[in-house]
Design a protein around this ligand. Sequence first.
Ligand code: ADP
Ligand code: MG
Length: 593
Amino acid sequence: MTKFQSLGLEQPLLQAITDLGFETPSEVQEKTIPILLAHETDMVSLAQTGTGKTAAFGFPMLQKIDIESRTTQGLILSPTRELCLQITSELKLYGKYLPGLNVVAVYGGASITEQAKQIKKGAQIIVATPGRMKDMIGRRMLDISKIEYCVLDEADEMLNMGFYEDITDILSHTPEDKCTWLFSATMPKEVAAIAQKFMDQPQEVTIGAKNVGADSVSHEYYLVNAKDRYQALKRLADMHPDIFSVVFCRTKRDTQKVAEMLIEDGYNAAALHGDLSQNQRDLVMKSFRTRQIQMLVATDVAARGIDVDDITHVINYQLPDEIETYTHRSGRTGRAGKTGVSMVIISKSEQRKIKAIEKIIQKSFIQKEVPSGMEICEKQLFHLANSIKDTEVNHDIDPYLPKIHEVLEDFSKEELIKKVFSVEFTRFYNYYKKAKDLNVGGGNHPEDREPAKVTEDSTRYFINLGRKDGLQWMDLKDLIREVTELPKDDVFHVDTMDTFSFFNTDSKYVDLVIEAFKGVQFNDRRVEIEISKDRGGRKFGGGGRGKDKGRKKGGFGKKGGFPDDRPKFKGKSRRKEEWPKEKGTGGKRRRKR
Ligand code: ADP
Ligand code: MG
């Protein structure tokens, strides 16, 4: 008796197993199959990817359904079209000695009428993606009211992809007394909640440690001024030359705009949103799958069900309106055993949203700095070196080589390397050499501030707190306002150094300020405050870091503040080769919401 036989499987299936060359059942199969064969029960089965879960539910389902009948008795929901097709073909192999077995795959992006036709012929088992399934139910193209077994395969993935509502809807069309079998690689809270909601005293099989979440994704945020959002996005992309990412925006309009700007700036980008036709969307997805597109800018709705593995980065250009949606977004990366990064670009007012998201995902964000121009140049340089190293020589250029040699004959290898690299480097260098620090509080740059009023009547103070205390100028300003209870505009020119800082107030507040700071402590240290002789205003004081060099000083109030989070889009189009200036040319076009 083979091991498979001892699990309770019958001859036609055993024969197929032999044909498949499966010798021994995997652990999840060994534990799950006997239970499912022997009992009419709900089941939660947790095991890593690649451990043979398809067979663990496939064989019992095939053995339990009535092949003579043409009623649909088994429904398998899976997150992606690929998986749906894969499961369907596996089941057909498992059931090859079951005459009359009809397994039909139902998934988006293919003819719905064709799928309906196949089901009409009598499909005992339907394997479906939730979106298309819901569609077909709505159009009364199939009947799942007599389902006996329902499998939620890769439940964690389905939830990550935002299919919760679809699943709920689909299950409401199935009978109460069916058996529900849930398979998942991980058991995050959301999956546990589904099990709770849709299952009745499920048996539980767990292989290995119960994995509570996708630890394959790390979460980062970048704090910038709202007006610098787009520049930050570009830097993040430039810092990762091999990026393969989904960039999430809140609205269709922003999605389109950001994609257009990226394309103008020479990135391989495209937009994916609901205003595109199905055909356009298919084309975009095809180019994304084949990596012709490196940055897919998408709305949440359109990105639902993106079934592309290997996405290296999810970039939250804007946070979603509903923070719960964040999980769906970040779940697009770190799939199939890979690791991924979910990056969030936020402005100061959104910081508390990060806290709220951390509660939901039960993981901490790492605050990262938007890379500086020079860091990017360096990165690109080494990326170029490595791609030259890995490039396969194209022998079609052979005939031209003698001429090329002639042109370059006066140069040594060293000189040639310098020249080759200069071609690429200069482009980035010219673009980034004057680039400012985009991090909020990342330096003391006047552009970041609201217009300040330096009057003859203002007083400059010295305070013994600085960056070493973890304070950037905005934090310090908040702190000063907290202590003094002065209005926002009455504390200005806050310049943080490493161990001390300066700030100004209107001279009429001098007594108030000095008084207010009496006895104040910060991290167990007495806060000291003195009136500085320096009037302040148009300089940073000492201690400028290397980074600050070359930065234009002064210029307060030139730019005016941006009152809200709306990204300001450039009005004019640029040629691709021409790298844009760091700053937008103004915000004429406004986003309507
Ligand atoms: P999971 O759903 O757990 O990620 P799959 O069901 O897709 O895993 O199975 C992974 C691979 O292992 C498939 O190619 C499948 O054919 C193969 N496989 C499944 N069970 C066995 C077995 N008992 N022996 C050998 N190969 C198996
Ligand atoms: Mg599977």
